[in-house]
Design a protein around this ligand. Sequence first.
Ligand code: SAH
Length: 362
Amino acid sequence: MELRQPSSKNQALLDAQLELWHHTLCYIKSMALKSAIDLRIADAIHDHGGTATLPQIATKIMLHQSKLPCLRRLMRVLTVTGVFSIIEHPTDGGGEHVYGLTPASSLLVSSTSMNLSPFMTLMLHSVTLSPFLCLSEWFLHELPDSTVFEMAHGQNFWEVAGHDAKYAKLFGDGMITDSSFNMDIVVKECGDVFHGISSLMDVAGGAGGASQAISKAFPHVKCIVLDLPHVVAAAPAGTDVDYIAGDMFESIPPANAVLLKWVLHDWGDAECVKILRNCKKAIPPRDAGGKVIILEMVVGAGTSESEVKHRETQVLFDLFIMFINGTERDEQGWKKIIFEAGFSDYKIIPVLGVRSIIEVYP
Ligand code: SAH
């Protein structure tokens, strides 16, 4: 190899090109992760005792021998990008790479209660991601209310989730795994949020993952999920949670407190104020313990070991949720809708990574 150092001007051009290539190829990272999830590679490594060679992974996932070199290339991307690790490198005398799980891929193992695969599967499903190919076209579109999702699929998100049973199941499963993962942390880190509450209305609570976790941790709290009729019709049976079909824009049944987990980011300010006003009508005054517990992102809040990744994930999620005309709010954005809905005060508890708990008082 002959080493040559380009002039500083050319090096700067090549660095700029690299930057563009890196951004352009980022979706390959997502697609590699999608393949790992669909092929259940984390399960294969886990079931093999936590480490596995390429042929061992291939056997577990029932991959045809002819695809082994391609699997090696997929695993190279997934190890370079930190999804899996290499425990052992082949030596000159031969041998195989031995792959292991990282903290991230440990969350893709289906037999653990911390399995996040269904959420990632939902995020990486073609119905979810294909609208982003229309994003620039949507920006130039005249109709202000039509969403990116609608432009791509001809129907809004909730209509598709209402009649496409397969996608609705993916959505429900994705949300329930997100809830059980996060609520486990919430009840351990901020159990005090639920003290003094005897009934909790989980507004737009979906399949009820959050409510199930709360009623398990605090059996004295009666949890009720309010959601659309088709969601309630598919609700799991045999839990301590009650389900009520209704429309949060119409009215919300009374309770000591209201939980809004990952609901308000789906809506614009006017809709959020409407929902929050209905929440206020459903709960007692502050001195009687009434409050709304919001679990959402507060852009700019929270600390993390990796500040850049944290900030980038928050703003990426904001652009993502724009596909249904939703928005991730910073503290100012939250303050605006909370006070406009008639509440007197709020407290942000940034304890959930990129998300926070916001307590809102009447
Ligand atoms: N809180 C749940 C679900 C969040 S997804 C969780 O975190 O897992 C948003 C939910 O809002 C979906 O379950 C959807 O069915 C529900 N939803 C949408 N419009 C609604 C309405 N008008 N009234 C009640 N629920 C609604």
